[in-house]
Design a protein around this ligand. Structure first.
Ligand SMILES: [Zn+2]
Length: 441
């Protein structure tokens, strides 16, 4: 459960990484396909423009990114199955009970017992699932050319993440089991509240304390990029005075950016791949999108929606834990819901619930992403830059899925959905007054 939440926070915030360090790359130029060019006096065909953009991706590249993304559907299932088996064995072989017994021998303070148990648990699960992690996050990513790291630096990042998980995970579990022991039957309501508060806390500290563990942040000096971004920020009420660049290219070629923090910690960050691989219109539309997340308060809305999903999760887990313990508790050596040795059962049930809720959580994020797209189009007014960026995101996300497929598996809109929105925006704003137009007011 902790891993899942951390992953969520990482996905939201880390946005992820970026490009091959190719210093000699020529400055990219924005190439608008013929069918997407506006011709005065002629109607603009949105569908033809979308198809022309999608056709820019060669068939072999399309097949590759489709295979990568569709493989991800199965990984959702295998990740769950693997975790479920590990959790079940921890109970069945009474390993969980033994880890608790060890913690109780070391200290008589309950909070410290929870801490000692949590550290053992997180380390053990990391070790047992490590071969799968190596396949999924190292070999498979390399197989699709989506990872720039050799094994050493990759392992280093994994170990740093493990350390973060140990610290945040144990802290959360100490608080949670403290609540369970004090509140008895109503523990699940306050457990859900604690989880949302903790998630907010993690979201808050991640950009400032966790991102820099993986990537180096430097101030962007180039005024050709920095000035238009800060100008757009001012126009959208974002009080930022600097733009930061982070070296995502050490992990991959993926393009990303974010607007994070608040008040004193507010910062606009973009990754070096965006700088290296993209034209100014593409950078502007991306920053417009990220500013949309910020201005539309997506962090808080996301927390509210996730909060509802989490409350239902705790209600379900509470019910299922009691049912399972009544039947198998004794043979697993688990004394009750307030015994920390119950953790593998709780993790198993939470993963099962979130596995089933995948379409719901994806729809929550996908809806906000689409809103941010609209905001970005209005703020940056670069529909062709938007279409180009959508194609670049198509390197690791299927560009043209079916509607049900998109509903279930997509946490961002697909390339076709986003380019269609961009081209529709373009068609409906072709006659807008242009800058420098004498009639513009
Ligand atoms: Zn977004």
């Amino acid at each position: 459960m902790i891993n899942k939440w951390l992953c969520l926070a990482f996905l939201v915030w880390l946005g992820f990484a970026a490009a091959l360090a190719n210093a000699q790359a020529p400055t990219p130029t924005l190439v608008v396909p013929d069918a997407a060019k506006a011709r005065p006096g002629q109607p603009f065909d949105v569908k033809a423009a979308v198809d022309a953009y999608l056709a820019k991706v060669p068939a072999d590249k399309r097949a590759r990114s489709d295979a990568y993304f569709e493989g991800g559907y199965w990984l959702l299932l295998w990740d769950f199955v693997l975790l479920a088996i590990v959790m079940w064995l921890l109970l069945r072989w009474r390993i969980s009970a033994r880890m608790r017994d060890f913690a109780e021998r070391v200290t008589r303070f309950r909070a410290l017992q929870t801490l000692i148990y949590s550290v053992q648990f997180i380390l053990l699960v990391f070790v047992v699932t490590f071969p799968w992690t190596v396949y999924e996050s190292y070999f498979r990513e390399h197989q699709y050319n989506l990872l720039n790291q050799t094994f050493g630096p990759w392992l280093h990042d994994q170990l740093v993440m493990l350390a973060v998980n140990v610290v945040l995970g144990s802290l959360f579990l100490m608080l949670l089991f403290g609540l369970v022991r004090r509140l008895g039957k109503s523990w699940w309501v306050w457990g859900a509240v604690l989880s949302v508060v903790f998630l907010a806390f993690v979201s808050l500290i991640t950009p400032v304390f966790i991102f820099p563990l993986f990537n180096k942040f430097t101030k962007l000096e180039d005024p050709r990029i920095k000035d238009p971004i800060l100008s757009m920020a001012r126009a959208n009420g974002i009080p930022a005075s600097d733009v930061y660049v982070y070296d995502a290219s050490r992990q991959s070629d993926r393009v990303s950016a974010n607007v994070s923090g608040f008040a004193g910690t507010l910062r606009i960050s973009l990754n070096d791949n965006l700088l290296k691989r993209c034209t100014l219109p593409e950078i502007e539309t991306t920053m417009g999108h990220e500013m949309g997340h910020y201005v539309l308060n997506h962090i808080y809305k996301g927390l509210a929606f996730t909060g509802i999903v989490i409350v239902i999760a705790f209600a379900f887990v509470n019910w299922a834990i009691n049912a399972a313990l009544a039947r198998w508790g004794e043979s697993w050596g688990v004394r009750g819901v307030n015994d920390v040795a119950v953790l593998p059962l709780a993790v198993l049930l939470f993963s099962f619930y979130f596995f089933l809720m995948t379409p719901v959580t994806n729809t929550i994020t996908r809806t906000m992403e689409y809103e941010a797209d609209m905001y970005g189009l209005n703020a940056a007014r670069q529909p062709d830059g938007e279409a180009e960026i959508d194609l670049k995101l198509g390197e690791y996300r299927k560009l043209d899925p079916g509607p049900i497929e998109e509903f279930i598996f997509f946490d961002h809109p697909s390339g076709r959905t986003r380019i269609t929105a961009a081209m529709r925006w373009k068609a409906e704003h072709l006659s807008d007054p242009q800058p420098g137009d004498a009639t513009a007011k």
